[in-house]
Every structure is written in structure tokens, then in C-alpha cells.
Design a protein around this ligand. Structure first.
Ligand SMILES: [Zn+2]
Length: 125
């Protein structure tokens, strides 16, 4: 791609545009994966509550294995989505024409730290 960039300026423009479109798509996917992850977190937490309840009440002890299996199903799904999100991060990092900006963040009320992050994809240096 870089070779073409030096040969033809117009083509460079096209490549950048396509990259921006692609990075927009992956940014959108990443946002959605974050939403899915947050939902899966809630589901797993609910299963923890159910299992907690089973452990407190002997009457339902026989349900333990079944509910653990159900919980595990969602834990595995969460791992799968985490992997998918990581892939999006990689694609975004490759495609984004980073626009870096500096900002101060507070670590403690007295102490702050300077960070450099991309305005588009939020990648932090
Ligand atoms: Zn970026």
C-alpha cells in the first residue's frame, strides 16, 4: 500500500478514505462488543447470585451442577467476545490515522498525570 501512496497522490487519498471507513466500522463493532460484554457481565453476576442462593439452601443443592453449567456457557461466551474485541482493537490500531492529543488526568486529588491519546480511537501512548 505504501508503494502506491508514493506513486499516485490521488490513490493515497482513496486509501486513507477506505481506511477511515474501515476503522469506523471496527470502532462501531468495538462499541457494540463493549455493550455485549457489559450484558454478559450482568448475566454472569445473576448466575453467581443464583448459585449463592443454592449454596445457602440445601433444598436446591441438586440444581448446583445444572446452574454452574448454564453460568459456564455465558462465561465462555464472554471470553469469546473479549477475543473479538481484542481483534477489533488490533484492526483499529492498524487502520486509524491517529490524531494525538494531550490531556491531564487526576490520579489522586493532589496528583495528576499527562496522557497522550488518539481523539478518534482513544488509543493511549
Ligand atoms: Zn487512533
Amino acid at each position: 500500500m505504501e508503494v502506491i501512496i508514493f506513486v499516485n497522490k490521488e490513490y493515497k487519498y482513496k486509501i486513507i478514505n477506505t481506511n477511515n471507513m474501515n476503522s469506523e466500522y471496527y470502532l462501531f463493532c468495538r462499541k457494540k462488543y463493549c455493550e455485549i460484554l457489559s450484558n454478559l457481565d450482568n448475566i454472569v453476576e445473576s448466575y453467581d447470585n443464583i448459585i449463592d442462593c443454592i449454596e445457602k439452601n440445601e433444598k436446591f443443592n441438586s440444581e448446583y451442577i445444572e446452574k454452574s453449567k448454564e453460568k459456564n456457557f455465558f462465561v465462555k461466551n464472554r471470553e469469546y467476545i473479549i477475543e473479538k474485541k481484542k481483534k477489533c482493537d488490533d484492526y483499529i490500531n492498524d487502520l486509524c490515522c491517529h490524531e494525538f492529543e494531550e490531556d491531564m488526568i487526576d490520579i489522586t486529588p493532589e496528583k495528576s498525570m499527562k496522557i497522550t491519546y488518539c481523539k478518534i480511537c482513544e488509543y493511549t501512548k
